[in-house]
Design a binder for this molecule. Structure first.
Ligand SMILES: [Zn+2]
Length: 306
C-alpha cells in the first residue's frame, strides 16, 4: 500500500510568530521507493525540519509557489547545509520564473557546491494543469493561481492502480499466478485456454490519492480544477473574517476557502498561511468545530493519507 505523509514545517502568513514559522510543507510519497519534496521553503525551514522526522538529505525536489521571500528565503541556507553534508545528487527547483530566480540565488555569496541545482519553470497563466514530474506511480502538477505576482498551486497526484480481483479471476478459470496476468495488464486482454479475458473483467481499479497545496491565492477556479475530489487540500486561509480591506494582498478568507473546498469535493481541508493577527489557535478551532473534515494547520503537524 502506498502513503502520502504530509508534514507542516511552517504555517504563518508574511510575518513569523513564536508558534508559526514561514511557509513550507514536506511531502513524502511512500511505496517500494520513497520520494521526498518540499512545497515552499520559507525562512528557517531547515531548522524546522530538525524538529520532525524528515531527513533533509533525502529531499529530491523543491517546488516554490511564488517568489515572495516568506515562501523561498529558506532555500539558500538549506542548499548550503546539503553541500556541507555531502550532497552529490542534483537538486531540482520548480516554480514560476524558476530559472531567473534560481540563477540569482546561485550568484549570492561564495559557494562551492558539489551538486547541481536545476531550475524548472512552471507556467503561471492559463487554466490547464502542467505536468512537472511524471513517473510510474504519480505526477506532480502545477496550475496558475491568483496572487499579486506570478503564482501556482501544486498537486501530488497518484496514478490509478489496476489490481487483480482474485475472486473474479478464479471465476474466470485463471490460475493463481502466471504470465497471463502480465499479458492482460500490458495489452488489456489475453486468450487463456481458448477464452478471451479482458482486464476489466478481472480487476479492481483503485483511484489515486491526491494532495494539493495552493500557496498564496485569492479564491480561484483553477484551484477547484486541480483539487477535484482530492484527499487533501491545503489552502491559504490568511483571514478568518471578511477581509475586504485586505483584498490588495490577494489572499483568501475562511468562508471563501470552505466554499472552494465544497465545490471541489475534497475529503479533507487544511487551512494554513494564518495571519499573525490570530494569536490564539483556540478561537480559530472553535470556529472550525462545526465543519467536518476541516483542520487548522500548525507547525510540525503530520497527516498521513493512505
Ligand atoms: Zn505568503
Amino acid at each position: 500500500m502506498t502513503q502520502i505523509e504530509i508534514t507542516f514545517l511552517g504555517t504563518t502568513a508574511g510575518v513569523p510568530t513564536k508558534d508559526r514559522g514561514h511557509p513550507a510543507v514536506h511531502i513524502k510519497y511512500r511505496s517500494e521507493q520513497e520520494y521526498s519534496c518540499l512545497f515552499d521553503c520559507g525562512e528557517g525551514t531547515q531548522r524546522q525540519i530538525l524538529f520532525t522526522d524528515v531527513n533533509f538529505m533525502r529531499i529530491d525536489d523543491i517546488f516554490i509557489t511564488h517568489w515572495h521571500a516568506d515562501h523561498f528565503a529558506g532555500i539558500l541556507g538549506l542548499m548550503e547545509t546539503m553541500n556541507l553534508e555531502g550532497r552529490t545528487k542534483p537538486l531540482n527547483i520548480y516554480g514560476p520564473e524558476a530559472a531567473r530566480f534560481v540563477d540569482i540565488l546561485q550568484e549570492l555569496g561564495y559557494s562551492s557546491k558539489k551538486y547541481q541545482v536545476v531550475a524548472h519553470d512552471a507556467w503561471f497563466e492559463g487554466t490547464s494543469p502542467q505536468v512537472l514530474l511524471d513517473n510510474e506511480e504519480f505526477q506532480i502538477l502545477s496550475i496558475p493561481v491568483k496572487h499579486s505576482i506570478p503564482a501556482v498551486a501544486y498537486a501530488l497526484a497518484e496514478k490509478e492502480r489496476v489490481n487483480v480481483d482474485k475472486l473474479k479471476a478464479k471465476e474466470l478459470g485463471l490460475p493463481e499466478k502466471g504470465p497471463v496476468y502480465g499479458e492482460i495488464k500490458e495489452k488489456g486482454s489475453a486468450v487463456f485456454k481458448g477464452k478471451k479475458i479482458r482486464l476489466e473483467d478481472m480487476s479492481i481499479v483503485e483511484r489515486g490519492k491526491r494532495v494539493v497545496y495552493t500557496g498564496d491565492t485569492m479564491p480561484c477556479k483553477n484551484v477547484i480544477t486541480i483539487s477535484r475530489d482530492a484527499d487533501m487540500l491545503i489552502h491559504d486561509s490568511t483571514f478568518f473574517e471578511d477581509a475586504a480591506d485586505d483584498s490588495n494582498y490577494r489572499h483568501s478568507n475562511f468562508d471563501e476557502v470552505i466554499n472552494i473546498s465544497k465545490k471541489a469535493g475534497v475529503k479533507q481541508l487544511v487551512l494554513t498561511h494564518i495571519s499573525r493577527r490570530y494569536q490564539s489557535s483556540h478561537d480559530l478551532k472553535e470556529k472550525l468545530k462545526d465543519y467536518e473534515g476541516v483542520k487548522l494547520a500548525k507547525d510540525f503537524m503530520k497527516i498521513v493519507v493512505s
